[in-house]
Design a protein around this ligand. Structure first.
Ligand code: ADP
Length: 790
């Protein structure tokens, strides 16, 4: 088949892969190559890259332009796509015979050189945009306005480079020469990784190979798909929204490759990069993707050794360890030349990267009180970890840390090079994820349609873990008689049903009405494990702990607990919940259903964090708490988890789930607990309202909400009882409600609108510095009548 025919025949597929993740990067890379190979001329390029047009328009335009140019151009397009697309996206596509791109003579002008070398220049300049702009500015080739055009925050760094190259081309030969000279100079001053002293020995190379293969094996599948085994990370990974804020509050969108790049650097002296995001926003998955791509030499190619750590697993390490032991015992053991490998690591910090997943789950809150800089001295794990993060130990090694934002206090912030915010999926990302999840396009379409028909559900799907549940439970969702899920409690009840259904002998889609009662014993045991360990910041359990609670093999086989995926050298099996939010859900179930629970347990759950620490069920926690850290003051980690648990408790005690719970919990007990929740929420709100300062004369009475205000609102929403929302809001008397920097996304907007619509008097609502988005704005519609400004 001729190449134009190949393009025509595969048009839909080519369009899909170039638009796939909603990112313009694959298309841009293909365009770079076609410009460099002179398949496209500048006018073609401009006709494709029309600023205000959507990505699929541009791709169609490219296919048309190239098709019109005939056989050779089409061969080049297919060759370019073959070069740019990752292996997993090429499956099923035919790129025709290999096309030899004819080597042209070197161009004789600087402007043409920029075009011919465009793909390489984009890579080289990405990390040095500021430097290049500086030179162009000081040589008067660029004005300040030109620089602003290049650095618009909506562009990723690669897009900024392309804007820069386009602008230089527009300015003419002198600007192009200046840029090329600048690049030449930076090349000669940069250290060459091939230098002899950087060159690793055979033992180091062997170690790298072993490390790469164990990191690849560990990151190949997603734990949430572990049991089903038919998804690799490649099949399902969907780009999340990554943003970075510079010192002046401007945000820039980043690609995965920019997480450790220079954009957004706040502190040049620090080496720790933080990726922060709410539970389920995809932090661990992002790190896993980074690991996998490193292991395949597809990203972070300048990093020779990458050591991945999980903070929840480090919690279980009670020995004192040296840095060497930490690396070799917890990640990968060198078969030969241990000392030599370790010396290489010490001598080349710039070639090493450590990642620490889930700092928020580390038992001890960050402190920089104890300094330690000796790589061979044994110290407790927290000392080792905190000194690595500060850079006291192994200065120069890059560290990527993930955490929920609440756990990152000012003492850690001082040591951050930059903070990248992970905001979950974009609307395009949700579609892309659903399509990847369902190989049957008709099913994917049905799920997407059902999401689009229900904006509450759609807003939930911005958080990947909810999106995973909704997609996984599509059968329960599409065939549900109980209506479409409105709250996160509804969504997690779907998961529960789904997992029990999977193990039941009844036909597909049918689970008896009394399904919860049937499985109550399992739910309670999992609940006890979940709650007791949450309070002790313990997320990994030994077989012994499961036994103590009475969890059997059959309970475990339901799938809520999974084996820990671990690189460390240990011979006993360990378990964790599928996701931390699921652990919170079971903990909530336990609080609601356990008949023996302490009567004030619910009140304590809703207490502000400093009063909470005495423990909700003071029994049985000893097993989880390491005696060496008992009494540690900073139990920061539980607070966000207990807040999520409280949200689920509110949801489960909602009148809506009365029928489900009635056989499992006496009505009087359920009602008592529900009343306790309502009282706690009302008190919590009162505390907020009391903090409202008296208005200064001539100024509006305004309240600056704290993130816990949003949490209370979310709990009220979970209860789905308008009278509670009404009663609470009746007491709020302000003219201006400031909700800036409160981590408000589409999910929070749904809850806000549900509650704020009952405000007595109109308010001005200030939502700057959140990530509301279009879907969020749509969620806010029900309360717009009461907002005199937004
Ligand atoms: P976090 O670490 O922020 O709590 P996780 O990375 O554990 O969140 O994500 C929870 C689940 O959501 C994952 O197990 C996976 O099923 C899904 N998920 C998260 N991010 C992605 C992604 N980028 N692509 C596909 N699925 C994702």
């Amino acid at each position: 088949m001729s190449t134009p025919q190949l393009i025509l025949k595969q048009r839909a597929e080519l369009l899909a892969v170039l638009c796939g993740g909603g990112s313009a990067e694959p298309l841009d890379c293909v365009l770079d190559l076609l410009l460099a190979w002179e398949v496209l001329v500048w006018e073609d390029y401009l006709s494709i890259q029309v600023a205000e047009k959507a990505l699929n328009y541009k791709v169609r335009q490219l296919l048309d332009v190239v098709y019109d140019k005939g056989e050779d151009a089409c061969s080049c397009l297919l060759a370019a796509m073959n070069q740019v697309l990752p292996e997993e996206q090429k499956a099923g596509l035919c790129f025709g015979e290999e096309c030899a791109v004819v080597g042209k003579n070197r161009p004789d002008t600087a402007t043409l050189t920029l075009l011919a070398d465009r793909p390489v220049l984009v890579r080289k300049l990405r990390d040095n945009i500021d430097g290049a702009l500086n030179v162009l500015l000081t040589t008067d080739c660029f004005t300040i306005k030109d620089c602003d055009v290049v650095q618009l925050p909506v562009y990723t760094p690669s897009q900024q480079v392309r804007r820069l190259l386009d602008q230089v081309r527009f300015k003419g030969e002198t600007a192009a020469k200046t840029l090329l000279q600048f690049l030449e100079q930076t090349e000669t001053t940069r250290p060459n990784p091939e230098d002899k002293e950087n060159h690793p020995s055979a033992n180091c190379m062997l170690y790298q190979k072993k490390l790469r293969s164990s990191v690849a094996a560990q990151s190949h599948t997603l734990s949430t798909y572990g049991g089903t085994g038919h998804f690799s990370l490649d099949d399902i990974y969907t780009d999340g929204l990554l943003e970075v804020m510079d010192g002046s509050g401007e945000t820039t969108t980043l690609g995965l490759e920019d997480v450790v790049g220079p954009v957004g650097t706040l502190n040049d002296d620090a080496d720790t990069f933080l990726v922060s995001g709410e539970a389920g926003s995809g932090k661990s998955t992002l790190l896993q993707r980074l690991h996998l791509l490193w292991a395949r030499e597809a990203l972070l190619t300048n990093i020779f050794l990458l050591f991945p750590f999980s903070c929840r697993k480090l919690n279980a390490e009670h020995r004192e360890l040296s840095l060497k032991e930490l690396l070799f015992l917890h990640c990968c053991w060198p078969d030969r030349g241990q000392d030599e490998v370790f010396q290489f690591i010490l001598d080349h910090p710039n070639l090493v990267l450590f990642t620490f997943d889930g700092l928020d789950e580390f038992k001890q809150g960050f402190t920089d009180e104890e300094r330690h800089c000796c790589p061979t001295k044994q110290v407790p794990i927290p000392v080792l970890l905190f000194n690595l993060l500060q850079g006291t130990l192994m200065k120069g090694v890059m560290k990527v840390v993930t955490s929920r934002p609440q756990a990152v206090g000012p003492s850690l912030k001082r040591y951050l090079r930059k903070e990248v915010l992970l905001k979950g999926f974009s609307p395009g990302g949700i579609d892309c994820f659903v399509k990847k999840h369902h190989s049957d396009p008709a099913m994917a379409r049905r799920v997407i349609e059902s999401l689009q028909a229900n904006s509450v559900l759609l807003s939930l799907c911005h958080i990947p873990v909810f999106c995973w549940i909704v997609t996984k439970c599509h059968q329960e969702l599409l065939g549900s008689q109980d209506g479409i899920p409105q709250t996160i409690t509804d969504v997690y009840l779907l998961v529960l049903q789904h997992f029990f259904q999977r193990k039941s002998y009844q036909p597909q889609g049918v689970l008896g009405k009394a399904w919860l009662e049937e499985h109550l014993d399992t739910v309670l045991k999992l609940g006890q494990l979940a709650l007791e360990s949450l309070e002790a910041s313990c997320y990994v359990f030994s077989g012994y702990e499961l036994q103590r609670i009475g969890l059997t093999e059959q309970d475990v086989s339901m799938g809520f607990l999974i084996y820990c995926n671990d690189l460390s050298v240990t011979d006993c099996k360990r378990y964790e919940f599928l996701h931390i939010t699921l652990q919170c859900f079971f903990a909530a179930f336990y609080l609601v259903l356990n008949r023996n629970s302490d009567r004030s347990a619910i009140y304590r759950l809703f207490q502000p964090k400093n009063k909470q620490l005495s423990g909700l069920s003071q029994r049985c926690l000893g097993h989880c708490i390491d005696s060496s850290v008992e009494g540690v003051k900073s139990h920061v980690t539980e607070t966000p988890n207990l807040q999520i648990t409280a949200q689920f408790v509110s949801g489960l005690l909602s009148q809506r789930h009365h029928n489900l719970l009635q056989e499992c919990c006496p009505t009087a007990v359920r009602e008592r607990k529900a009343k306790q929740v309502v009282k706690s929420l009302s008190k919590g709100m009162q505390r907020h309202f009391k903090s409202i300062p008296r208005p200064v004369e001539g100024e509006k009475k305004s309240m600056h909400a704290m993130p816990s205000f949003v949490w209370l609102i979310k709990c009220i929403y979970e209860m789905q009882d308008s009278s509670i929302a009404q009663d609470t809001m009746a007491k709020l008397d302000v003219e201006h409600l400031k909700l800036t920097y409160c981590n408000i996304g589409p999910v929070e907007c749904t809850a806000l609108a549900y509650v704020l619509k009952y405000l007595r008097n109109p308010v001005g609502l200030q939502l700057d510095n959140n990530s509301v988005g279009d879907v969020g704005v749509e969620q806010l519609l029900p309360c717009l009548h009461i907002c005199h400004s937004l």
